[in-house]
Design a protein around this ligand. Structure first.
Ligand SMILES: [Zn+2]
Length: 178
C-alpha cells in the first residue's frame, strides 16, 4: 500500500472531564522521580440501583412520619433498630411503631465524618432509648450546641422529627430536645 493511501486510525478527541494542557515534562527522564504528584478534582456520579429489601417498611415509615421498630413474636424482645429475625431466638419479628418521645441514652460530638457529612461537622449523634425497647437507635440530635456538650444531655427527653421530603435515608429522622 502506498504511503498516502494509509488511513490514519485515531480515537476522537473529547473535551469533557479533566483536560490539562502543557503538562510540564523534564528533558532528562531522571528528573521524573522528583516530580510532584498530579492531583485533579473531578465529579463522580453513578446511578445505583439499591434494594432496601426487608428494611423497606422502615423507610416507608419515615416517609410517613413514623419510626418503626420490631418485636419478636415468640420472645417479645423489642428492637429499636429493626431486624426481621430475632438475634436471640431466631423467631420472626413484627413491625411496631415506636413513640416519638424518647430519651438520650448516650451521645457523641462528631468533629469528623464521612464525605457526605463532613460539611455538617461538628454535629451530635445520640443513641435513643425507650422504656420497654431492648435496643437503641442511632440518630442526629439537633437544637443543642455541639461546642458545649454536657452530660446533662444523657437522659434528656427528646422528640422525633422527620424531614418532610423523605430521601429514604436514615437521616430522614432526627431528634430535638422535647
Ligand atoms: Zn426472639
Amino acid at each position: 500500500m502506498a504511503e498516502q493511501e494509509k488511513k490514519r486510525i485515531k480515537l476522537p478527541e473529547t473535551d469533557e472531564g479533566t483536560v490539562l494542557f502543557n503538562v510540564p515534562f523534564p528533558t532528562d527522564l531522571k528528573d521524573l522521580k522528583g516530580m510532584a504528584p498530579i492531583i485533579i478534582k473531578q465529579p463522580y456520579h453513578i446511578d445505583y440501583i439499591h434494594s432496601y429489601g426487608q428494611d423497606s417498611p422502615f423507610f416507608a415509615g419515615l416517609a410517613n412520619g413514623k419510626l418503626l421498630g420490631t418485636r419478636c413474636g415468640p420472645c417479645k424482645y423489642t428492637y429499636g433498630t429493626p431486624r426481621l429475625h430475632c438475634m436471640y431466638c431466631g423467631g420472626e419479628c413484627d413491625w411496631v411503631e415506636l413513640p416519638k418521645e424518647a430519651a438520650v441514652h448516650t451521645f457523641t460530638v462528631c468533629h469528623y465524618g464521612s464525605e457526605e457529612f463532613l460539611k455538617e461537622t461538628p454535629f451530635v449523634l445520640i443513641l435513643v432509648e425507650w422504656p420497654g425497647v431492648d435496643t437503641l437507635f442511632l440518630a442526629r440530635l439537633m437544637g443543642v450546641d455541639p461546642a458545649k456538650p454536657s452530660l446533662d444531655w444523657v437522659g434528656m427527653k427528646v422528640r422525633a422529627q422527620f424531614k418532610r421530603l423523605s430521601k429514604f435515608k436514615p437521616t430522614d429522622i432526627y431528634f430535638v430536645p422535647a
